[in-house]
Design a protein around this ligand. Structure first.
Ligand code: LFR
Length: 495
């Protein structure tokens, strides 16, 4: 009658959640304990995390989990790159700022005045993106340096929540590796990058591997909430790396596509790949569970549909995701394409309008209806997956027989089928709750309930439904792919 119960917290763009994971020795089952809004708050033009509310919700979750009995451990993951600054008393200096805030605009170019782009990539192996921690910190250095001077410690978001629960200040490896301040080959903070950007070295705490038991819930909190002092485990704090743990692959070389607000497409490797080609393609290397690295592309993902849906709501038109999918399905195929990763699509706002403007600029038919917009997003994403996969394959020189799609985005059967068609590849889709399952599995590995990553993947495979999609209509998709490539190249010239 063996049973282990753990709690996984996952902070995503649509919501934060506490999920109970129950392991019976062969399968993991999950149940939602608490779901709460994780909406950023704009104050005086700055977009913040509502961090204390989030901590309140963590406490609420702990209270709500009481009727389920003993919780053996807790693990927390969030999206990457955001952080908090603390003073020497361990208090927050200000609310953490959200990566979609505009403060990093121009910081990439600024950084290249301080360290050459080549050396920067050579050390960090990270895809250059303005949202990265390095550029957020540089914007502080440039515009509000007094804050950095006052700060004692920087903690990335999952590490911040771990600290608020336990009082222990450490940095977990996966979340460190996506900051662009991390030396990918030596797996430590990069003094060279940190010093070149002029960021105080003392802000950085010790890096611990994913799956480190960092301590127990503090006495204060356990007394306040009348709960046991469960262990807090630094899981892969970076949600993408927790999700990767649950890719149900049996083979060593596989392609994964983690589909949520972002689409992360890549492959798992043992050592980072950093060379001229990977730099040219701007492919990122990130650290994962069990010393694995992943070689992947950040693609803007379902943000385009989520934010379009919000825009239509602002205009008084409310649709569910499945309604939007139906509308897209019945719209004319291949009417127009966008480069989903064009910078114009990153900020929040009127995405449908920006898509129409993009189509005008690139001399394409302009999508009018909601269905046409969603169709254009889905087809363009599917083609962007192929485009990125070709770049990855050009670096690894490997061929992959199937693509493993995981995460909430796979609830769109349309997107899964289009991905199979565009990439001309079998798509295995599942689990939907990849991040949470990975978070749970890492906790179970940390306490030796599950032996290793291979076994964790097997258990998850047995616990979850996996669907399969096979390419159809390949000839047409191949032809249209050529047009997609022309469009995204011509846009580079127009702007
Ligand atoms: C996915 C994710 C990506 C990261 C982006 C911003 O949720 O963590 O991996 O690049 O969000 O942090």
């Amino acid at each position: 009658n063996f049973k282990k119960q753990v709690l996984a917290f996952d902070f995503g763009a649509s919501s934060g959640r506490a999920m109970l994971g129950v392991y019976d020795g062969t399968k993991i089952s999950i149940e939602e304990i608490h779901r709460f809004s994780n909406d950023p708050v704009i104050v005086g033009g700055t977009m913040y995390w509502d961090v204390l509310r989030q901590f309140f919700e963590i406490k609420q979750s702990l209270i709500k989990s009481k009727p389920f009995g003993k919780i053996d451990s807790i693990g927390i993951d969030t999206w990457g790159v955001d952080f908090a600054l603390l003073d020497e008393y361990g208090q927050l200096l200000e609310n953490p700022i959200h990566y979609r805030d505009g403060r990093t605009s121009g910081m990439l170019e600024k950084s290249f005045e301080k360290i050459s782009k080549e050396e920067f990539y050579d050390i960090t192996g990270n895809q250059f993106m303005e949202i990265n921690t390095a550029f957020q910190l540089l914007s502080l250095k440039e515009k509000r340096s007094h804050l950095l001077e006052r700060a004692d410690v920087m903690l990335l978001m999952p590490d911040l929540f771990n600290y608020l629960l336990t009082g222990k200040k450490v940095t977990e490896n996966s979340i460190a590796s996506t900051t662009q301040l991390f030396d990918a080959k030596n797996r430590t903070w990069s003094d060279k990058v940190i010093n070149s950007l002029g960021i105080p070295k003392k802000l950085f705490t010790e890096i611990v591997p994913s799956g480190t038991i960092i301590g127990k819930i503090s006495e204060d909190i356990s007394e306040e909430l009348k709960i046991d002092m469960s262990d807090v485990i630094a899981v892969a704090g970076h949600d993408t790396q927790s999700a990767l743990v649950s890719v149900p692959a049996m083979e060593d070389d596989f392609v994964f596509l983690s589909c949520g607000t972002w689409s992360l497409l890549g492959t798992e490797i043992d050592e980072p790949i950093i060379n001229e080609k990977s730099s040219y393609y701007n492919i990122t290397n990130e650290g994962g569970y069990g010393n694995k690295a992943s070689f992947l592309k950040n693609i803007i993902g379902l943000w385009l549909i989520q934010e379009s849906k919000r825009q239509w709501e602002r205009e008084g038109k409310t649709y569910s995701f499945s309604e939007l999918e139906e509308l897209a399905k019945s719209s004319k195929p291949f009417k127009c394409f966008i480069d989903p990763d064009d910078p114009v699509f990153v900020p929040a706002g009127n995405i449908p309008k920006r898509i129409r403007e993009y189509c005008i600029k690139t001399n394409q038919e302009v999508p009018k209806t909601e269905g046409e917009i969603v169709r254009c997003i889905n087809e363009s994403l599917a083609f962007k997956y192929r485009y990125s996969l070709e770049e990855i394959k050009d670096c690894t020189k490997k061929d992959y027989k199937a693509m493993y799609m995981v995460g909430g985005g796979i609830q769109s059967k349309l997107l899964c089928q289009m991905t199979a068609n565009a990439c001309n590849m079998e798509v295995s889709a599942g689990p939907v709750e990849a991040t949470v399952l990975g978070n749970i599995a890492i906790q179970l590995m940390a306490t030796n309930e599950i032996k290793d990553l291979k076994e964790a993947r097997k258990i998850i495979r047995n616990s979850q439904d996996i669907s399969h999609y096979y390419p159809t209509n390949v000839k047409v998709w191949n032809e249209k792919y050529e047009i997609f490539k022309e469009i995204i190249k011509s846009k580079e010239i127009v702007t």
